[in-house]
Design a protein around this ligand. Sequence first.
Ligand code: ADP
Ligand code: MG
Length: 253
Amino acid sequence: MSAVVKLEAIQKVYDSGEVKVHAVRGISLEIGRGEFVAIMGPSGSGKSSLMNVLGCLDRPTGGRYLLDGVDVSALDRNALADLRNRKLGFVFQGFNLLSRTTARENVELPMLYGHRRIERREMRERAMHCLEIVGLAGRAGHFPSQLSGGQQQRVAIARSLVNEPQVLLADEPTGNLDSKTSIEVMGVFQKLNDQGITILMVTHELDVAHFCKRNLVVRDGRIASDVPVAGRSMAEPELAKLLEAEQAAKLAG
Ligand code: ADP
Ligand code: MG
């Protein structure tokens, strides 16, 4: 197994002068290509600090991080931003879409910040392709306010895919969604993962984590457990079941 993410004794200490906060206390971890990992743990346990390191948004205060074989600690700011742009996609709890911008233009955004200049026509085609992957090609011209929460999150997922990342990092991606919409979004992630993308996702919800292949629990800045998911949930049959139950309820009512 070639690790796409390799952490060696990663530490993160916040030093605000008077007090030092040890948010991550020596985490070592290997994540192979094609894995689908949920990161769980109580509030304040260090999940976001760990995700910030994984996303090259923050530097660890100790240890070593290899992303796709590249030692991240050796890179300067520009090289780090470039690596982040090429290798990683990000999905957030609050979707983070620009409101006066159509779905397609939102998806095009990461291409504007890339290293390579891309022609308008190619940007448009790649954005449309990613919207197709998440099942929203028909909504390309809609503004975020014209889309449901689940659709907005699917636009955000399309945006995260547009530079063809190796790894998707998602922080509570279903945190703002109802349970049926959460399953739909997990179905999109499962489809992407089937196509080979590695996914790391922070979640508070056990049933959401059960759609992943591996579950990590972080506690007090350390990994408290790391287990494969046995008999994981699959979104498609779950959604079919929900639909059947809805129809049965309608007939009965
Ligand atoms: P989680 O995402 O699991 O809730 P965090 O990584 O956000 O945990 O926080 C871990 C610990 O680090 C907490 O005690 C938090 O207060 C502290 N912390 C997080 N970010 C900062 C920061 N920028 N400065 C100081 N302390 C921080
Ligand atoms: Mg957090």
